[in-house]
Design a protein around this ligand. Structure first.
Ligand code: ACO
Ligand code: KIV
Length: 569
């Protein structure tokens, strides 16, 4: 890279410097309704692919765009290839175009290409013919080898040809569109002069408008600069009431979405773009992001992305390009939190969010369910995760509602694994670790069976059969309930403990439902508390198992008590 990039690159000149009378108003505007959307997936998107779409892919994309709700779709550059020409014919002759959808086609300002374009549209009910020629100084000099007058003459001459060709096919309702290509690099007063000259030819009226499209063919400045350019044109174009002012942002600086949004605030009525930002180089503006940005502000975008994953898979099939996992609203990771504090806030937010209330879940700009994403993809667990995410996954995937202090205890066990492996842990892997940690330990005590009986003074008695070190033991205990009685029975075998806290809930529904019981226990001579967990179809058995689990976990690393070594009676 150069030490002095100014020797090679020019900064843009702000609009108010070019025209000191310009006073922008767009920063105070709020977008309260969607622009007219135009999908150019089948044209600008298609021309940017390694392998342009074949007929099957084109038709699949067209149907997807219609299903999403686009009413204007640029379907081809019909004079460019037989595939494009044939596709337009198939749309028309095959009756694939719904009554409320208008197809659009692009043509260079050249006689034979325009004539071929009209040929492709024969029999169309309504069509937009889109004419372009580059107007920027470097294009005038380098590509066309002409001056301003020459470029303006190309536009006028071919606008006339379009008007005249349309007159020969009167059964079609024609809409004309003109783009001064590389508008962003064109002197503003010259861009206006050319656009005014074109509309002078087309004579649009408020009832029969034409479209003037101002492309950021190359994104050359900050989005506020584009907005200034658009507002300048919006307030100075002749016949403005007979023009639909359109924008076509590309994403060279990575700001196309912002540029489009500010351009709409600056007076644009219409936005051209592609799904997920496909298109030349860094792409056209991403219409999905624009639409869902509006949605997140409470504005119905008029486009339906309630099954966004299906749309994404179709686009990947048609373009043969992958969508980045962090792409707004659609990427595999955009509704996912790995980090502990994010997971905690999302879990708490989801727990209190009412279905019909204003969306307030932290970190999630929209409800993933609104675009057909499921909650289970929201939280993933790795070494950056905390108890909140682990608890969320086990709750949503397994149905385990862990007491808060158990969450803390168990997250330590998970952390040791994620630190060692460095990888992600799925819900089923977490459940395996949980089972190993709380449900499967059989040493020093293995539960064999029990039965309850009524002891003296209405106390609960238990006859508990366990296996300790390979020997079966029959233990008897009493207490004010089954848990207390179990603790008492195990105390007979030398395992002293006190239950501090007990919780239970059902796991699953219907005939297959099981109970899960959690006990938090302290053991004399050992710091802190330990959890035990039991899962069983019978709630009492689950509680007994939880006590045995707590005893086993609290004994980890301890010598087996002498009483436990007593031989079976
Ligand atoms: C910004 C955009 O996305 S614009 C759309 C771009 N899309 C495409 O180009 C895809 C389809 N294009 C094609 O298939 C071909 O380029 C065609 C059929 C349109 C033209 O093909 P060719 O006549 O072989 O020309 P080629 O592809 O080399 O394009 C360069 C020529 O187009 C001319 N040209 C470029 N844009 C325009 C325009 N808007 N109006 C008139 N002429 C133009 C150039 O001056 C150059 O002419 P020259 O050969 O006399 O120097
Ligand atoms: C033809 C025009 C609108 C275009 O695609 C561009 O300038 O990027």
């Amino acid at each position: 890279m150069l030490k002095n990039p100014a020797a090679k690159y020019r900064p843009f000149t702000p609009v108010h410097v070019t025209d000191p009378t310009f006073a922008r108003t767009w920063p105070d505007q709020v977008i309260a309704r969607p622009p007219i959307w135009m999908s150019t997936d089948l044209r600008d998107g298609n021309q940017a692919l390694f392998e342009p779409m074949d007929a099957e892919r084109k038709m699949r994309m067209f149907k997807t765009l219609v299903a999403i709700g686009f009413k204007e779709i640029e379907v081809a550059f019909p004079s460019a290839s037989q595939t494009d020409f044939d596709f337009v014919r198939e749309l028309i002759e095959g009756g694939h175009i719904p009554d409320d959808v208008t197809i659009e086609v692009l043509t260079q300002a050249r006689d034979h290409l325009i004539r071929r374009t009209f040929e492709s549209l024969r029999g169309a009910r309504r069509a937009i013919v889109h004419l372009y020629n580059a107007t920027a100084p470097n294009f005038r000099r380098i590509v066309f080898d002409t001056d301003q007058a020459g470029v303006k003459a190309i536009a006028i001459e071919h606008a006339r040809l379009i008007r005249d060709c349309a007159a020969t096919q009167p059964d079609t309702e024609w809409v004309f569109q003109y783009s001064p290509e590389v508008f962003t690099g064109t002197e503003l007063d010259f861009a206006r002069e050319v656009c005014d000259a074109v509309t002078e030819v087309w004579q649009p009226t408020p009832e029969r408008k034409c479209i003037i499209n101002l492309p950021a063919t190359v994104e050359m400045g900050t989005p506020n600069y584009y907005a200034d350019q658009i507002e300048w044109m919006h307030t100075r174009l002749a016949r403005r009431d007979s023009i639909i002012l359109s924008v076509h942002p590309h994403n060279d600086r990575g700001c196309a979405v912002a540029a489009a949004e500010l351009a709409v605030m600056a007076g644009a009525d219409r936005v051209e773009g592609c799904l997920f930002g496909n298109g030349e180089r860094t792409g056209n503006v991403d219409v999905v992001t624009l639409a869902l940005n509006l949605y997140s502000q409470g504005v119905d975008p008029g486009l339906d992305f309630s099954r966004i994953n299906d749309v994404a898979r179709t686009v990947e099939h048609c373009t043969q390009l992958p969508i980045h996992p962090r792409h707004p609203y659609v990427g595999d990771l955009v509704f996912t939190a790995f980090s502990g504090s994010h997971q905690d806030a999302i879990k708490k937010g989801l727990a209190v969010q009412q279905a019909d209330a204003i969306w307030e879940v932290p970190y999630l700009p929209i409800d993933p369910a609104d675009v057909g994403r499921t909650y289970d993809s929201i939280i993933r667990v790795n070494s950056q995760s905390g108890k909140g995410g682990i608890a969320y996954l086990l709750e949503t995937e397994v149905g385990l509602v862990m007491p808060r202090r158990l969450q803390v205890e168990f997250s330590g066990a998970v952390q040791r694994i994620t630190d060692a492996t460095g990888g992600e842990m799925t819900a089923s892997a977490l459940w395996q670790v949980f089972s190993r940690e709380y449900l499967e330990a059989t040493a020093p005590v293995r539960y064999v069976g029990h039965h309850l009986f009524e002891a003296a003074q209405e106390r609960q008695g238990i006859a508990l059969t366990v296996d300790i070190g390979g020997a079966t033991r029959e233990l008897r205990g009493e207490g004010n309930g089954p848990i207390d009685a179990t603790v008492d029975a195990l105390r007979q075998a030398g395992f002293d403990a006190a239950v501090q806290h007990y919780e239970e809930h059902s796991l699953g529904k219907g005939a297959d439902a099981r109970a899960v019981a959690y006990v938090e226990m302290t053991v004399p001579g050992r710091p802190g508390a330990t959890f035990g967990v039991g899962v069983h179809g019978n709630i009492i058995t689950a509680s007994v198992l939880a006590v045995v689990s707590g005893i086993n976990r609290s004994q980890a690393g301890a010598a087996v008590p002498a009483a436990a070594q007593a031989s079976a009676p």
